[in-house]
Design a protein around this ligand. Structure first.
Ligand code: ADQ
Length: 519
């Protein structure tokens, strides 16, 4: 990789770069900004700042040289075909993903996957250090890079490090299954600040630190003491991610999108109720449970095409992982069975679309749908739910939302469901379909207020602010670092004082300090 000498005050590290390679008509390879919330969010924080992004460009083999795109410096990290199989498809998507999502499918453990994970994390850490200016802010994203915070700290004690977890953090009883559980926790504790989607995720993390590392925690702060080193404090809080509300609302208000929404309804035969599901084809998303509930509603005669139509968009995902191939077969077999039984010529019961769509087409689908079904068995947040709300500038639509999605913790006016309870799910779908217009509008209004107030720009701002204020200040020079015990203790006193000011009754109570013990 190039010996780039440029360095930056803000460095983002994520598994993927925010661009996809595209081959032009002339055969030239170019770059196009990837769609998606994270890129939009980071764009707003990186604009006007001296920012670099470290990530994999998406193809196995040699990585391109660092380059600039849309005012961002991009530093590609190479992954060999074996590393794509072992670090990405293996350890990230077949070990960590199931463990972090309630073991909906069993996790696979392979020591050579772990070795690749460690090796790739180190490569990311080295790339981060290469482009980080003295005292830079480093923002690491997600479960693929849990070792990066400690690896960066080891190499560069001068920088400030934050990590954000886009997926849930599991209860310690599940996390403890990981043979490498201590190494993962120690990796994360290299950060100054750890952001989670829900407060429960932050609590799960802190409980794992107490139970598996024997550390102590107080409030949101973990005392990450390591023998022979100055004491460090790491804060873990909930900062739920969101969507670009204004951008989506504006897009959904364009005459083209409004027209396209009408066309979508017309092409489906102008149904009384259009129900929609939009998910990556992932076993966490509860697509099979949703289909089962819908099939039973068809059997019961509660819904029938062409008056009610269900459109399921299932985005291709991780097709080289066995559990995903199986899921696709099961979903497609079930869609075939349901249509075989309940569809007629020219009128499907379930429209199944296995494609990616541009943003404006997604906005048109959201605007066209009377009911959006978001029924994951476990989901860090679920941006689709928030995107739906942002697109409904007309105040219409109804959201059926699983209590196991992070979004439920903010969107209480949705029609809540437990996707495991098929009878309950059926009832909730019917309630959402048959609610009065006034009731649906009341709920949508409240949800739109919430997402407008807590948009993705605010999320990114809150994260950086929390990182800036995190209790263990970065050691700007190695000399300062070695004499910093007193400083960390003062920070901890400040944290305690702030907590005491917030809840005077708990100040000094013995319960407020939890002591960890080894299992
Ligand atoms: P995901 O599991 O990928 O994200 P989600 O939050 O729903 O799930 O985001 C999916 C994104 O892809 C949305 O922006 C959606 O519009 C888009 N999308 C889905 N299908 C599409 C299609 N067919 N064509 C085009 N775009 C499509 C992970 C976690 C989530 C967490 C996010 C962000 O699993 O819980 O909300 O990260 O932190």
């Amino acid at each position: 990789m190039s010996g780039s000498t440029r360095t930056f005050d803000l460095v983002v590290a994520a598994n993927r770069l925010p661009v996809d390679s595209v081959v032009g008509p002339d055969g030239e390879v170019g770059w196009r900004r990837s769609p998606g919330g994270l890129v939009t969010a980071m764009e707003s924080v990186m604009r006007g700042r001296d920012g670099a992004w470290v990530g994999w460009a998406g193809d196995a083999g040699e990585a391109p040289e660092p380059f600039e795109e849309d005012g961002m410096f991009l530093r590609p990290v190479p992954l060999s075909p074996e590393e794509v199989a072992d670090y990405y498809e293996g350890f990230s998507n077949d070990t960590l993903w199931p463990i972090f999502h309630d073991v909906i499918v069993p996790a696979s453990f392979h020591r050579y996957w772990w070795a690749a994970y460690e090796r790739v994390n180190r490569r990311f850490a080295e790339a981060v250090c290469e482009v980080a200016a003295q005292g830079a802010t480093i923002w690491v994203h997600d479960y693929q890079l849990q070792l990066v915070p400690a690896m960066v700290r080891e190499l560069r004690p001068d920088v400030r490090i934050g990590w954000f977890n886009h997926i849930p953090f599991p209860p310690v009883e599940l996390f403890a299954q990981l043979p490498w559980r201590r190494r993962l926790l120690e990796g994360l504790l290299g950060a100054d600040f750890l952001g989670f989607q829900r407060i429960d995720d932050a609590h799960n993390f802190m409980r794992a630190c107490r139970r598996l590392l024997g550390l102590t925690t107080k409030g949101e702060v973990v005392n990450a003491a390591v023998e022979g080193r100055p004491t460090r404090y790491v804060r873990a809080s909930a900062i739920p991610i969101s969507v670009d509300f204004a951008g989506l609302e504006e897009l959904a208000q364009t005459p083209e999108v409004i027209q396209r929404a009408k066309e979508i309804r017309e092409s489906l035969g102008n149904p009384e109720t259009l129900l929609l599901g939009v998910d990556r084809l992932d076993y966490t998303k509860g697509i099979r449970h949703r289909l089962k509930a819908y099939a039973e509603l068809l059997e019961d005669g509660v819904v029938a095409p062409p008056d009610q139509v269900f459109v399921q968009v299932a985005t291709p995902s991780r097709e080289r992982v066995e559990a995903y191939r199986e899921l696709r077969q099961e979903v497609e077999a079930e869609v075939g069975r349901v249509n075989g039984e309940f569809a007629d010529i020219g009128s499907s019961a379930v429209h199944y679309l296995h494609h990616s769509y541009p943003r404006d087409e997604m906005a048109a689908m959201f605007l066209a749908a009377d009911v959006l079904l978001v029924t994951p068995l476990r989901d860090g947040m679920n941006l689709v739910a928030k995107e739906y709300v942002a697109c409904r500038h007309d105040g219409g639509g109804a959201l059926v939302l699983s209590e196991f999605a992070g979004a439920w913790h903010e969107l209480h006016q949705a029609y809540v469901c437990n996707p495991h309870d098929i009878a309950g799910l059926k009832q909730t779908i019917v309630t959402a379909m048959t609610a009065t217009e006034a009731e649906r509008r009341r709920r949508m209004r409240a949800m739109r207020r919430r997402v407008a107030d807590h948009d993705v720009q605010r999320w990114a701002g809150r994260f950086l602010e929390a990182l800036e204020c995190a209790p263990s200040r970065p050691r700007r020079t190695t000399r300062e670092q070695t004499a910093d015990d007193a400083h960390a203790a003062a920070d901890q006193r400040a944290v305690e004082a702030r907590q005491a000011a917030r809840s005077p009754q708990s100040a000094g109570s013995p319960q407020s300090a939890e002591t960890g013990g080894r299992p």
